[in-house]
Write a protein that binds this ligand. Structure first.
Ligand code: PMV
Length: 315
């Protein structure tokens, strides 16, 4: 029997970095998915095949011996096998570019959790899947807040802060987002560490930026709840980008991409850690194609996407 699930990727619409210091962030799921198919096998091995590589290993190995980015899937398969005499074959198929802040690993953990649980149980709740996915993600990102896995599980738009956790935003605002990829590798940890240094150097500036960002996010939540006016929302995107510039997470390539996005669409900003990775431009049918074309003319890789309201899907 095969068990198959898929989960969407995500982008951070507002509040990255500031969320580390208690400000609310707004995330949404995007309609690019990771699909995971799991199947029991008779060879007592865990084998995983994916777009980023493959691995095959005996069950019940210490996790410290699994040196692979596929460790979260190994962890989940091994946990579910327990002492049963079975192997598991897992195949991952992803539409989400890895390592650029679009939630590919969280979507893989969520779809993987659901597919693997599905081999052993007929029914599982989204909560159960999410809990396993977060535990799995912690095997590679020990400090994950769980925000990414949560939005990949439930879909839609969410706010998140460190104290109150998640809140689903009942908004069906379905704008288009053009995501452009700088193709520059970056480590979230080192960009976050750079922001911490800035905070330590200039606490007053940083705290003023945090309160500006907090006010901005509150305004956005209001806009989303009352049926957003896209050009007003675009202005908020532009303002958020200024805050990200001020904390030093941008660079020449990202600035050039943001400039193109801001010229062609309602607003554009970095999404995620910055230092590389992706930006998004907020668009609707009036400027979507033009925005995509301009990025491509300037040799940037981009795709258009919209919000995914489905979240985890099991087949
Ligand atoms: O690049 P991503 O999508 O992993 O996002 C990082 C978001 C930060 O706010 C920069 C860090 C964090 O832990 O929230």
């Amino acid at each position: 029997m095969k068990s198959k699930s898929s989960a969407p990727g995500k982008i951070i619409l507002f509040g990255e970095h500031f969320v580390v210091y208690g400000v609310k962030a707004i995330l949404c799921a995007i309609n690019k998915r990771v699909s995971v198919t799991a199947e029991k096998t008779q060879d007592a091995k865990i084998s995983i095949t994916s777009n980023i590589g493959s691995m095959i290993s005996e069950p019940h190995k210490p996790l410290s011996e699994i040196a692979s980015p596929l460790k979260p899937l190994y962890y989940m398969a091994d946990k579910m096998i327990k002492d049963q005499n079975t192997g598991i074959n897992i195949v991952v198929d992803s539409e989400i570019p890895p390592g650029v802040g679009l939630g590919s690993s969280s979507a893989c953990c969520v779809a993987g959790a659901a597919a693997i649980i599905g081999l052993f149980k007929r029914e599982s709740s989204r909560e159960e899947v999410l809990n396993l996915a977060i535990q799995a993600e912690k095997t590679i990102f020990a400090n994950t807040s769980g925000a990414d896995c949560t939005v990949c599980t439930y879909g839609g738009i969410m706010s998140y802060d460190k104290i109150n956790g998640f809140e689903v935003i009942a908004s069906k605002s379905n704008f288009n987002l053009v995501v452009a990829n700088s193709n520059l590798e970056r480590s979230t940890e080192s960009v976050v560490a750079g922001v911490k240094q800035l905070k330590e150097r200039d606490g007053a500036l940083f705290s003023a930026l945090c309160s500006d960002e907090s006010k901005l996010v509150d305004d956005v939540l209001q806009l989303l709840k009352t049926g957003s006016n896209i050009s007003e929302l675009g202005q908020k995107v532009v303002r958020n980008q200024r805050h990200l510039e001020a904390i030093g997470v941008s660079n020449d390539t990202l600035r050039d991409m943001v400039k193109i996005g801001q010229r062609e669409s309602f607003g554009a900003k970095i999404t995620g850690a910055g230092g590389g990775g992706c930006i998004f431009a907020l668009a609707d049918s009036s400027n979507l194609q033009r925005t995509v074309d301009k990025f491509r003319e300037n040799n940037y890789i981009c795709f258009s996407t919209s919000i995914d309201f489905k979240g985890l899907d099991t087949f």
